[in-house]
Each structure stands twice: as structure tokens, then as C-alpha cells.
Ligand binder design. Structure first.
Ligand code: IMP
Length: 434
């Protein structure tokens, strides 16, 4: 299994970080391929808590090669904050590699993100306001600043000037903002370049060489399928492609490099930000999921919207990602809810029924979830370590999900701890690399 992609199969926050961390232990390289510091996850190691927004969690294994691929957008100040934070805590960050082709989030991107949201008013996306959308917009407009530009002051200044020019009008209210001064910004980013230089490299080549040598590469996705700019609930999406196909583009490998694609899904669903959410629960069960699941964002601290598991959306995610395995996280949060419900189709206001995820935005906005009732379980399952340890209703729930989606369950999360997982095949899938 040399190339394995980990993607979110819902609206993000599915617990991808923990899965990547578990697989990273036996991998030779972990590489992020899209998104930026809109993502976030917490890893607990030896009782110590580590929060990551950009650095792949594999960095906690001494000497592990961890790369930030060309498809990622990097806020260098945030990245340097993470690097310094690690160093202060004695973590060896020597294995961190940063693509020279990755785009940089600039101070004006952050300002534009907030200004855009304010202007949209009630129609806002609910972005993380980290400048992600404006940065990807500049990338597509060929006005982006890349990591490699940090290494040449003259080029950097010219590129910032060119990028600022078409934004003058929108940025006028911030004209006196010190962070927008061309020379101050160039100086600041040149300093970032000096500090990041030891990590800057051709990460696509690194991926290629690792795979050529028979090593294992984990491609770490951020956000989730339903936030994908092409396949998600547009326009309430992020500005990149969290689907598995983007691993090739965002890391610089061909499709043949991918052997497995695992989709991570919670046993229920959460969503932050605005946009359609057919199975959302505004009742006591929704509050139970919120509190038991500690559903507050790692990046913005926002309360997440909670709802029943949406199998229409999950089957769609299985299809557009080509999932070969399913990881079901937070199954323990469902204990004590009886009966359980899962959404198996949508009903539209005019009586139409949808078995497949509807492509039309208006239909999705007014779609009502049609659900099946499944027996719940009372038992605390946090100590279960094999599928056989689970109460029959929990096993049946997993089987129902797996059959409906047509993808085998590989891993189940039964608590926040690193060891609170069940490997469905009884053993870890990745062999220790030579
Ligand atoms: P942006 O990525 O900051 O532009 O935000 C666009 C949408 O994606 C908003 O609804 C955000 O809440 C959502 N989003 C972005 N990153 C994440 C994430 O890591 N987890 C969950 N939602 C996210």
C-alpha cells in the first residue's frame, strides 16, 4: 500500500488528523495537498497536546519526512509559529519540507476574506477568515506569490506590486493599514523566506523518489468532500479540492501512485459555516451530539451544527473519491441514543425523491432527509478494541453504513485517545517500511 490518500467524506472535522497520525507511524512520507490554515487538528502525545493547522501530524515521529505540497496555501507567519512552537517543545522539525511552488497567503488576502464576508451579509459563506479564498483566487488569476518568490527580494516586490494593483479599489478602506505597505510587506516576507529556506524543496520530486524506493506515502487531505469547490455544496464550500483526485495535483504525482483512498466520516454529521445540511438536528439529540462530541472548531472555536448520518452524501463521497476504505469516527458519541436514524434519501418540497445527491443547489437547499430507524446502544464502547467487542447494535450500525455506501470499514474511532480505535481487519494495514 505505498500511496494512500486520506480524505474527509463529509463537511470537514471528521477526525482525519488522528487517522493520518496513526498511519504516519509506519509511513515514509506524509504530505498535505490542499487547503491551508483553515484546517486544524489536535494530537495528544504522551499526555501533551499539539495543535496543527499546516504541519502534517507525522512530524511528532522523530525524523519523519512531512511535506506541505504545492497545492497548499501557506500563511508563513502561521507556519513559522507552528515550527517555533514545536522547537520550543523539543520536537525535531528537520523532516519538514515545504514546496517551493506552494502559494502564500498575504496580509491582503486575510483582509479581503473578511471584507468579502461582510459585503455578502446574510449570504456569507461563513469562512474561517484566514484568507484562503482570496489566495486561491490570486493563484488562478496568476497573481499569486509563491514560496520560491521569498528567496528573491526584487521579484517578490514586483509580484506584490502586481498583485496589489487590481485590488486597490477594494482595499481603499485599509489604505493606511501598516501590513499593506509594499516595502514593509516585502521586508517582512523576505525575513520569512530566510527562516523557511532550510525547509524549501521540490516536494513532488520527494514524493516520486519515496514511491520509487518502495516507500509509503500518506496524502493528507483537509476539509471534506462536501466542501469541495467542484463537488461540494457550492458556493458554501472552501476554495480548493479536498477530494482524492486533488492529491495527485496538489502533491505532484500521477494517478497510478494512489493505491488506496480512505474516506473519514463521523458516525453522525457536523458542519461549520453556512450552507445546506439536510440532516441537521435542532433538538435535544443535536445538543447531545454537540456536547458529547465536543463539537467546537479547532481553528475558529465556532460551535458546529450537528445532525444524523447522511448516507446519501456519504455514498456520493464514496463515488467522487473512489473510496476503497471507510473510517468511522466518534462511534462512542452515539451511545445512549435509541433509536438511531440514518438518512437514506432526500425528499424535495414538490414530492420528488432523490436517491443520489442532487446536483441542483435549489433542490439541496430545500431537501428534507428521509431516514431509516436503527436500534441504538446504551453501552460505553470506549474500551472496545475489536469489532467483536462492540454491542450488536453498534456492529449492525457499521454494517448498515458499509453496505449502503458499498465500501468496507477499515477503522473505527471509539474515543479521543490514540489507542481508542478498532482496526476492522484486526491489524494495521501498513507494514513497517524497510
Ligand atoms: P474557508 O475555507 O475559510 O474559505 O471557508 C469556507 C467554508 O469551509 C466555511 O463554511 C468553513 O467553515 C469551511 N471550512 C474550511 N475549513 C474547514 C475545516 O477544516 N473544517 C470544517 N469546515 C471548514
Amino acid at each position: 500500500m505505498p500511496g494512500i490518500v486520506i480524505v474527509g467524506a463529509q463537511w470537514g472535522d471528521e477526525g482525519k488528523g488522528k487517522v493520518t497520525d496513526l498511519l504516519a507511524e509506519h509511513a515514509d512520507l506524509v504530505i498535505r495537498f490542499q487547503g491551508g490554515n483553515n484546517a486544524g487538528h489536535t494530537i495528544v502525545r504522551n499526555g501533551e497536546e499539539f495543535k496543527f493547522h499546516l504541519i502534517p501530524s507525522g512530524i511528532l515521529y522523530p525524523g519523519k519526512a512531512c511535506a506541505i505540497g504545492n497545492g497548499v496555501v501557506i500563511d508563513p507567519q502561521v507556519l513559522l509559529g507552528e515550527i517555533e512552537g514545536m522547537k520550543r517543545r523539543g520536537v525535531d522539525v528537520g523532516g519538514l519540507k515545504i514546496s517551493a511552488n506552494a502559494h502564500l497567503i498575504m496580509p491582503y488576502h486575510v483582509l479581503l476574506d473578511s471584507a468579502g464576508e461582510a459585503k455578502l451579509g446574510k449570504l456569507r459563506i461563513g469562512t474561517t477568515r484566514r484568507g484562503i479564498g482570496p489566495c486561491y483566487a490570486d493563484k488562478a488569476a496568476r497573481l499569486g506569490i509563491r514560496v520560491q518568490d521569498l528567496l528573491d527580494e526584487a521579484i517578490l516586490r514586483k509580484k506584490i506590486m502586481a498583485a496589489l494593483e487590481p485590488k486597490r479599489h477594494v482595499l481603499r478602506p485599509h489604505a493606511k493599514h501598516p501590513a499593506l505597505d509594499l516595502h514593509a510587506m516585502t521586508d517582512e516576507y523576505v525575513t520569512y523566506g530566510h527562516r523557511l529556506e532550510p525547509h524549501i524543496t521540490d516536494t513532488a520530486l520527494l514524493c516520486h523518489e519515496t514511491l520509487e524506493e518502495g516507500g509509503t506515502v500518506v496524502f493528507e487531505g483537509a476539509q471534506g468532500t462536501m466542501l469541495d469547490i467542484d463537488h461540494g455544496t457550492y458556493p458554501f464550500v472552501t476554495s480548493s479540492n479536498p477530494v482524492a483526485g486533488a492529491a495527485c495535483v496538489g502533491a505532484g504525482v500521477g494517478p497510478k501512485a494512489i493505491d488506496e483512498v480512505w474516506g473519514v466520516a463521523k458516525a453522525y454529521v457536523t458542519r461549520v459555516g453556512e450552507g445546506p445540511f439536510p440532516t441537521e438536528l435542532a433538538d435535544d439529540i443535536g445538543r447531545h451530539l454537540l456536547e458529547r462530541g465536543h463539537e467546537y472548531g479547532t481553528t475558529t472555536g465556532r460551535q458546529r451544527r450537528c445532525g444524523w448520518l447522511d448516507l446519501v452524501a456519504l455514498r456520493y463521497a464514496a463515488r467522487v473519491n473512489g473510496l476503497t476504505g471507510l473510517v468511522v469516527t466518534k462511534l462512542d458519541v452515539l451511545s445512549g441514543i435509541d433509536p438511531l436514524r440514518v438518512c437514506t434519501r432526500y425528499r424535495h418540497g414538490e414530492g420528488a425523491v432523490f436517491d443520489d445527491f442532487p446536483y441542483h443547489q435549489s433542490i439541496l437547499h430545500s431537501a428534507e432527509a428521509v431516514s431509516e430507524e436503527l436500534p441504538g446502544f446504551e453501552d460505553d464502547i470506549s474500551e472496545c478494541r475489536t469489532i467483536a467487542d462492540l454491542p450488536p447494535a453498534a456492529r449492525d450500525y457499521l454494517a448498515y453504513v458499509s453496505n449502503f455506501v458499498g465500501v468496507p470499514v477499515k477503522l473505527v474511532g471509539v474515543g479521543p485517545g490514540r489507542d481508542q480505535v478498532i482496526w476492522a481487519d484486526g491489524e494495521r494495514p501498513l507494514r513497517v517500511a524497510a
